[in-house]
Every structure is written in C-alpha cells, then in structure tokens.
Write a protein that binds this ligand. Structure first.
Ligand SMILES: [Zn+2]
Length: 627
C-alpha cells in the first residue's frame, strides 16, 4: 500500500518536472519502411533542453490518442548511450538518466520504434485516414484537429506548436513524398531515395505529416515566385491541374489579403486515396480526393466539389496559424473554414453565392436548432457526429456571417486581421476572438457573442400590429417586435409601406422590444412586416420548433428524409434516414423548393404533422409526428 502511494507521488512529481524544466529544442526524425511497406519505422532524435534546475527523469508520450495504431520501441539512447526505459502503458515511456539533466547542455535522446496497425485498426473511425502502410502508399495524416503523437512528445505537450525539425523519409525509388515543412533536397541511393524536409521560420504547425505514394510531382508557378507543388495521379486529366492550381492560388491569395499573410509563397497539394474521406487541410498544404484529378470537374450551383478544396485551403489559418482546443471550440476550426468558402467564392462568382450559401446553412441549422448545442460545446459529451458537425460547421459559419452583417464587412475584416495577428502560433480562445472583433466596432457585441457561444437554439420573437387610426388618407400602424427568448436578436425585416418596401435592421437584447411605424391602405393584402425575409438569420417565431431532420430530393425526384436526430419528432415516429416521403399532411411536396419544404415542417410546439412513408412492400404507412 505504502509503495503504491509513493509511486503515485513520484509520478506526479515527474509530471511537474516535465512541465517546469524540460522542453524540446529540435527534432531530427528519420522515417523508413520495410520492403513489405506494412509498417513504418522511425528513428527520432529529440534534443532536450533543461529550462531551469535539474531534470531527473524524462516522460514521453508516443501514439497518444492515435486510435488503431500501435508502437513498438526497439531502443532508447541518451547521448549515444543505450539507456533503460520503462513503459507505464503502451503510450507512456519514462527514462531515468544516470545523472540528472542540467541546464547548460542540450541532450540528444534517440528513440527507435515501429508504428503498425493494431488488430482492431479498422474498428476505429478514420484510422485509415490518419495512418496507412501498404504496398501502394503510406501516410501519417495529422489533419488539423488531431495531434497524434506519432513522434515523441514530452508528456502533456501534445497540442503545443512544433519546435524546429528536420524530417527525412527514405522510400523505394518509384515512390514520391509530400511532408511537413520545406523540401530541401532529394538524395538518390541505388534503388532508394531520401526526401529531406525542414521547418522554416514562419511555420506554426503542431504536428508532422507525410504522404508516400506513386503520384507524379507537378509544379505550377504564379506571380511573385508563388508556386504550388502538386502530387498528382498518373492518369490526371489534361487541364485539371490548371483548374485546381488556379483555385489554390486565387483563394490562398484572397485569404492572405483578408486573414493576414503567411510569407510562405508556396502551397502543397496531394491527390489522396481513402475510402472514408478524401480531404484534409494541413498547414499550407492539403489533400483532395483523387477523383478531382482523374474525372472532369463539374460544378453545381454551390461550387461543389471545389468549395471543399477552398475550405481546406482556409484551414492554413483556421486550425494552424490560429488554433484553439478542438474538444471545446471545434467551431473555431470548422465554422471559420465553412464561412471562408462563400467569402472567397463571392469574389469570383458575385455576391449572390454568399446569400445562397447562407440560406442553405440556415436551413441545416434551423432543422436541428432544438437539438444542437451552442457554439462552445464539449465534443466528448456528444456522440452524434452529425449534430457536432451541424453545430460547429454550419452554426459556426452562420454566426460569423451574422457577425459580419452586424459589424459591416470593413470592420469585420479588420477584426479578423487583428485576431490572426495577435493569436498567430498560439493556442487561442473565443475571448480573444471577441476582443479583436469588439476592438474594431462601436457596436456592443457582447450579448450577441456570448449568448450564441454558450446558449443553444435560435433567438425567438413575437410580432404585433396595432392600428393607430387614419392619417392623411392612410392608416398608420405600429409594429412591435419583442425578443421573447434568452438570446440577443439580430435580423433584418421588411416593412411594407403603402408606396415602398423598406428593409430595416432589428437588433434587440433578450427580454426587450422595439417598435416600427408603417403607413398602409385599409386593405391589408400584403403583410405589413416580414422578419428575416431571406431566412438567413439565427431567429424564429416564438414557439416554432424544429423537426430534427432535413428533407432532400434524390436523383429520381423522390423526397427523402436525412440527418434524423435522436429523440427528435422525426426520430420518435420510427422513420429512418433516406426513407421516401410520399406526403406530409396529405400534400405532395416534391414540386416545392427546398426552402418551402422546410418551412412546411417547422411548426409550433405541441402541434402534430402526418408523414406518409413507403414501407418495404411499397405500402404507404402514415406516422403522426408531435412537436
Ligand atoms: Zn474543415
């Protein structure tokens, strides 16, 4: 008993020592693969620095949270001398040097180990996206929200920015490599070649990545020496490299002009083959799916599939240059990247695209508004990936679009620039984003910002009309909009006067009201006011509830339901994702547009809706859904 107790104290001590005394000054990492290519061999030199006092132990994490991937250590050397180490578990390595490490020196710790797929590798979501080793390719894909410790990190430092590094990767001659940092040289040696990558001054990466495959290198040059290093499939269609590199160049330069320069003058792009996902945004580089190279690029009205590519390019800023804790503030990665897609696209397609986007994003968020958490949510407490994505990507983007509307585009951009400048290379926080934005506007953003950061759902309102009697041949009406919810309400409103229609801004703190006056003829053929006429704001009528699912029309013109959220009205009927909806309340909605379809299924709390779906025998079954 006593022994266990002292061990516990000792390991607390070690943690303290690591946090206080030691840091990594530099990494020199060599990667190679056996001829079978079925695992990845690493020899990592970690140059340790004692920041003050003496360190009598070194605690290292290896493969922490790297699901499905195992690690087998073959040797540990300190200053070229073999040392004993012990493993507390698979991921935690401890070394007690003969003499405590002292402040004057840099100490070289060399760890040799093998990374391999565990038996249950494929049981984990995205494991093959993050790690692969087979005859066609090998990779460690350290996409932005991951901080996989595939290389040795001091305990508790896995989300810190990287110190300087050299990364060399030895492969058989027929393979190519794209990796973290700048390509310094390629050295050929018989049937092998080694790629040397190194960090450079402006790099703000947190993890190292590399991709080994049989793609072909392709270099696209632009003005001022800017170049895009591409790794493309051998059967890339003529013209596709130009379409893709032009988008990379234009969007990258646009984001630099808005979010701040990177000073890198280079972007790396790899064609990626993966069953589950194709895209990953890394620091100043990304992967996009092979199909974008080998089939014609045909864009829909929302610029899919290229908008996903633009999204990844913006991750150079959102998740790398500026980065927060993804477990709590996933929206600061994904909401910002989603926001960036139309923000760039409107520069080449006109501003209508931004409105179209907002409408689509709003529709997604509104459909689940009663189920998604606020912007700042604890990701580990929610299991439904769809809800997490709606909350972080769509709600995050909608929030930023509204913030831009409140501040005006010029002040908004100045705020974004200030935010990136002050938080470059740091682990940041929503308070820092708030401060930068508030610094650039005279409007008080506080209640709007923190209400949506920490409270779920939309802002709610009621609207009331009073006839104030006749004035100069017209009836005068008073319209009162009351904020009946618990969040700041910001939207616009159409006022239909007798002769003209005005758009006014409605900006009301929780619990307060505002009045507007309208003149009209006696006969009210058109409504006097419409709140949020384009359906793009985070607001709704008091008591209106979301169904917890979305509708879509498939390629055969059939209306289907998707994204059904647990315990939502749709869920409780037993209707399943992708079921065909024959009718709702007896109406065939297939002729209606997607907005009208959704307007129809957002209803007052306590009301019901009849949904008819086809069962397996193609018989209509009616379900009653309660809001
Ligand atoms: Zn993303």
């Amino acid at each position: 008993m006593k022994q266990w107790f002292s061990l516990a104290v000792l390991s607390l001590n070690f943690l303290f020592i690591n946090a206080q005394l030691l840091s990594v000054n530099k990494y020199e990492i060599a990667v190679s693969l056996p001829d079978s290519m079925n695992n990845i061999e690493i020899m990592a030199d970690v140059f340790l620095q004692v920041d003050n006092g003496k360190a009598d132990s070194v605690k290292i994490d290896l493969c922490k949270d790297f699901v499905g991937v195992g690690c087998k250590i073959s040797s540990v050397f300190l200053e070229e001398k073999k040392v004993e180490y012990f493993l507390e578990n698979d991921e935690q390595l401890s070394i007690v040097p003969e003499k405590p490490l002292a402040a004057e020196n840099l100490y070289k710790l060399t760890i040799s180990y093998t990374l391999f797929k565990k038996e249950d590798y494929l049981k984990y979501q995205y494991s093959d996206f993050a790690f692969q080793a087979n005859a066609d390719m090998a990779h460690i894909n350290a996409a932005i929200t991951r901080a996989d410790n595939w290389f040795p990190k001091l305990r508790g430092e896995h989300i810190k920015r990287l110190p300087p590094f050299d990364l060399q990767i030895k492969v058989k001659k027929e393979y190519e490599v794209m990796a973290s940092g700048k390509l310094m040289k390629i050295v050929e040696d018989g049937s092998y070649k080694t790629f040397f990558y190194s960090s450079y001054k402006e790099i703000t990466d947190r993890s190292l990545y590399f991709f080994i495959n049989k793609n072909k290198p392709f270099l696209a040059r632009y003005d001022n020496g800017f170049c895009i290093r591409m790794m493309v499939p051998a059967d890339t269609l003529k013209g596709n490299t130009k379409i893709l590199s032009d988008i990379a160049f234009k969007s990258y330069r646009f984001f630099e002009s808005v979010y701040g320069e990177t000073n890198l003058n280079e972007y790396k792009l790899n064609s990626f083959v993966n069953e589950s996902m194709g895209y990953s945004g890394l620091f100043n580089s990304c992967n996009i799916p092979e199909r974008l190279f080998v089939s014609p690029v045909i864009l829909n009205e929302l610029y899919i599939p290229l908008r996903d590519f633009i999204h990844e390019i913006s991750h150079t800023w959102w998740g790398n240059i500026v980065s927060s804790d993804p477990k709590m503030n996933y929206w600061m990665f994904e909401g910002f990247a989603k926001f960036s897609e139309p923000f760039f696209l409107k520069t080449i397609l006109g501003k209508e695209i931004e409105m179209l986007y907002r409408k689509r994003i709003r529709l997604v968020v509104a459909s689940n508004a009663d189920f998604i958490p606020p912007l700042r949510f604890d990701a580990s407490s929610i299991s439904d990936q769809g809800i997490k994505n709606d909350a972080a990507y769509h709600q995050g983007a909608l929030f930023l679009l509204t913030l831009k509307e409140m501040m005006g585009e010029r002040d908004f951009i100045n705020g974004m620039k200030e935010y990136v400048n002050l938080n470059r290379g740091k682990i940041t926080h929503p308070d820092n984003f708030f401060k930068a934005m508030q610094n650039n506007t005279s409007i008080d953003l506080h209640d709007f910002f923190y209400d949506f950061l920490d409270k779920p759902g939309f802002a709610e309102f009621t609207g009331k009309t009073e006839n104030l009697g006749k004035q100069g041949g017209q009836f005068k009406y008073r319209i009162t909009i009351s904020n009946t919810g618990n969040k700041y309400l910001f939207t616009n409103m159409l006022l239909n006067n007798y002769k003209k229609t005005d758009t006014v801004i409605v900006s009301i703190p929780a619990g307060q009201s505002k009045t507007f006056e309208v003149f009209s003829k006696d006969t009210l053929s058109t409504p006097l006011f419409i709140v949020d006429p384009d359906e793009v704001f985070m607001v709704r009528n008091q008591g209106l509830r979301s169904p917890g699912a979305k509708l879509y029309t498939d390629a055969n013109g059939k209306l289907r339901v998707t994204g059904i959220v647990e315990n939502s009205p749709f869920y409780k009927t037993g209707i399943k994702n992708n079921d065909v909806i024959e009718s709702i309340d007896g109406q065939d909605l297939t002729k209606n547009d997607v907005y009208a379809q959704h307007r129809f299924i957002h209803r007052q709390e306590g009301t019901t809706m009849k949904v008819t779906v086809m069962n397996n025998e193609n018989k209509p079954i009616e379900h009653s859904l309660v809001y």
